[in-house]
Design a protein around this ligand. Structure first.
Ligand SMILES: [Fe+2]
Length: 501
């Protein structure tokens, strides 16, 4: 198995840096990047493997990638043509998220083979449709690896030294992304990681390969990618693979830049088979999740800020100081550059969820997430977001949810519909007019108009003039499920940003 793709990172000079990565099973050396005529452009260098042996069978290499010129790599007997990276504004941007497959979970098991495999990856259709009109950018909003990131693990006696096996919940910052799981709002004082010593299921290459690389292999070479981090990529879950395979962090970005890695996931001094009698890993300490600062990509007439919200509690305020600082960085970026800007944040800022899965909204039959980002935004932007922030793009909720606001708050698109088992539509649509937007008063201080769908799909966005944009949500057979226009919402319009078809 061998894969290659181009991703964008933010250079230390503030300019976007395209990079090629190769991901090859069983290889021990790195390939060269060639132009389409076969001339060598550069040699790829190895990325640093995570410790622990779970990625020893795969070799990840990288190099800077040229602008305006297509490349080629020859790996494992394959000749892989790579896309052209343009310097101007992207014209056609594919959004997708929450693309993994859960497998034989206790609740809502999902087939990850055969027909289920096609269903799990609806984007082949869009890639085919796009053969005449290729995307020039692909944005993944996060959550790539579900089958390797279960909710709980059983630590064996050999790891702990206890008389009995120990079942623990893996840390996920109060994750409420799946409405069919029991809500787990309290975050708790302890941090349990599937990557601690003695774990029966440390993050590993095979799960990454099967959940992301194989099903996306066609789309991987269709356009350069912006890869955003989801909560399944926390260090307690699939974080080691995230930093090795997909995160943009790299010395290629310039002075002071490096590849990030997960910190040790076992507290210092814990010996195999001799753990403390009342284990509370990392209690009273910052949890070792390796949060990343926002990454701004200046793409001609559009800036995209990729925001790591993996550690932001959905319905319980968590790591608020960290997220206030992160949004202060966003505010500084927005203040210094008034180019139309989209923010991509895995956990939605303004999500409507099942009632018992979010912060209660008075008597309303639904709840709200993500309280941590809402409070951080209210702290950093007391007078609201600036008008050149023209879209908030998220996933995390396994459904399509589009919100337009009655004031000048930017609209939000949630596209967590890339393959994970879907959740129900919230707020529940009106039975006599199911396509009508639901008015949500007092949506973190504004009035929202929300439409939603429980269908698999990906969104294609087109950039217009002066910050305007349009988009369409495509289903698994290429049908248009919704169309959107940034100019529809606003004071007195009563419209959402999208209309269901
Ligand atoms: Fe998520």
């Amino acid at each position: 198995m061998a894969f290659a793709f181009v991703l964008l990172g933010e250079g230390s000079d503030g300019q976007p840096v395209p990079m090629v990565r190769t991901v090859v099973e069983g290889d021990t050396s790195c390939p060269v990047l060639r132009d389409r005529a076969g001339a060598t452009l550069s040699a790829l260098a190895p990325r640093q493997r995570p410790d622990g042996g779970q990625f020893d069978q795969v070799m990840v290499c990288e190099a800077r990638y040229p602008v305006g010129q297509p490349g080629n790599v020859q790996i494992a007997g394959l000749s892989i043509d790579l896309p052209v990276v343009a310097r101007d504004t992207p014209r056609r941007i594919v959004l997708l998220g929450d693309s993994g497959c859960r497998g034989q979970a206790e609740r809502k098991p999902q087939s990850c083979v055969g027909d289920g495999y096609d269903r799990m990856w609806p984007f082949g259709t869009i890639s085919m449709e796009g053969a005449h009109d290729q995307p020039d950018l692909i944005v993944h909003v996060g959550d790539y690896n579900y089958r390797g990131t279960p909710r709980s693990i059983v630590l064996p006696r050999s790891a702990t030294g206890y008389a009995q096996d120990l079942r623990v919940n893996v840390f996920d910052t109060g994750d409420l992304d799946d409405e069919d799981d029991e809500p787990r709002i309290p975050i708790g004082p302890a941090y349990w990681s599937q990557n601690m010593q003695g774990s029966p299921i440390p993050d590993n290459w095979a799960n990454w390969r099967d959940d992301f690389f194989i099903p996306s292999s066609r789309l991987l070479v269709a356009a350069p990618w912006i890869l955003n981090r989801g909560n399944h990529e926390l260090c307690s879950r699939a974080g080691p693979g995230w930093f090795y395979l997909l995160d943009a962090g790299s010395p290629l970005l310039g002075p002071g830049r490096r590849q990030n890695a997960c910190p040790p996931q076992t507290p210092a001094g814990w010996q195999p088979g001799a753990w403390p009698s009342s284990p509370m890993p990392f209690a009273g300490q910052p949890f070792p999740t390796e949060p990343k600062p926002p990454m701004r990509l200046r793409l001609g007439g559009l800036n995209i800020i990729a925001f790591d919200s993996s550690d932001a509690g959905d319905a319980a305020i968590y790591a608020l100081d960290h997220y206030v600082a992160q949004y202060r960085s966003v505010a500084a970026m927005l203040a210094e550059d008034t180019t139309p800007t989209w923010i991509v944040t895995h956990r939605p800022i303004w999500g409507v969820v099942k009632k018992d899965h979010g912060v209660a909204a008075g008597d309303a039959p639904y709840g709200f997430i993500n309280i941590t980002q809402q409070v951080a935004l209210a702290t950093v932007f007391p007078n609201g977001l600036p008008p050149h922030l023209t879209a908030v793009i998220a996933g995390h909720m396994h459904r399509f949810q589009a919100t337009g606001f009655g004031g000048r708050r930017p609209p939000q698109l949630v596209v967590g519909t890339g393959g994970m088992e879907l959740s129900h539509v919230q707020p529940v649509p009106s039975p006599d007019d199911p396509k009508r937007p639901i008015r949500v008063p007092d949506f973190a201080g504004a009035t929202g108009y929300v439409v939603g769908l429980s269908d698999f799909g990906a969104m294609v966005m087109r950039v217009g003039e002066r910050g305007a944009w349009t988009s369409a949500l495509f289903g698994t057979t290429g049908e248009t499920l919704a169309t959107c226009d940034s100019t529809w919402p606003g004071q007195g319009s009563g419209r959402s940003v999208c209309e269901l078809r």
